[in-house]
Write a protein that binds this ligand. Structure first.
Ligand code: HEM
Length: 119
């Protein structure tokens, strides 16, 4: 991913295996529960919301997809069939769309939270 766009590197405080494990684990949970995508929607949306703090923009999702797809194609070789590529692409797009929904959601309004409205 950093080879595709080196400007992304400073966004990551963890570039070691812990982050990769966490991202992979989340992606795995989501991909294995695709049939229940509706019940996961809230969690995925919230994950997208958290990505706002990391400085992520909607346009970055295509880049990450490209990086992940290249890694999968390279690792899986001939097992990365056109059918698998298509299924992976569709699944990623669905997840990314929900994350982007969360990313673009209005920030909760906290203004006035400390105001005394008792009178
Ligand atoms: C399907 C897409 C993605 C999934 C499943 C995913 C998942 C995750 C998870 C599980 C974390 C750990 C922290 C948390 O739970 O809040 C994380 C952190 C992070 N992700 Fe993603 N992510 C995705 C897309 C992206 C994209 C497009 C970017 C843009 C470059 C990105 C940048 C980051 C950054 C900067 C962090 C924080 C790293 C740190 O604290 O060092 N992610 N992501």
């Amino acid at each position: 991913m950093f080879r595709l766009d080196e400007r992304l590197e400073p966004m990551f405080s963890l570039t070691d295996d812990r982050l990769i494990d966490k991202m992979a684990q989340t992606l795995n949970t989501v991909l294995t529960s695709l049939e229940q995508l509706d019940s996961l929607r809230f969690i995925i949306r919230h994950l997208g919301e958290r990505h706002r703090q990391y400085g992520v923009l909607p346009v970055h999702f295509d880049l990450v997809k490209e990086a992940m797809t290249r890694v999968m194609a390279c690792r899986l070789g001939e097992h990365f069939t056109p059918a698998l590529a298509l299924a992976w692409s569709g699944a990623y797009d669905e997840i990314a769309a929900i994350m982007i929904e969360g990313l673009q959601a209005e920030e909760p309004c906290t203004e006035g939270a400390d105001m005394d409205i008792s009178q």
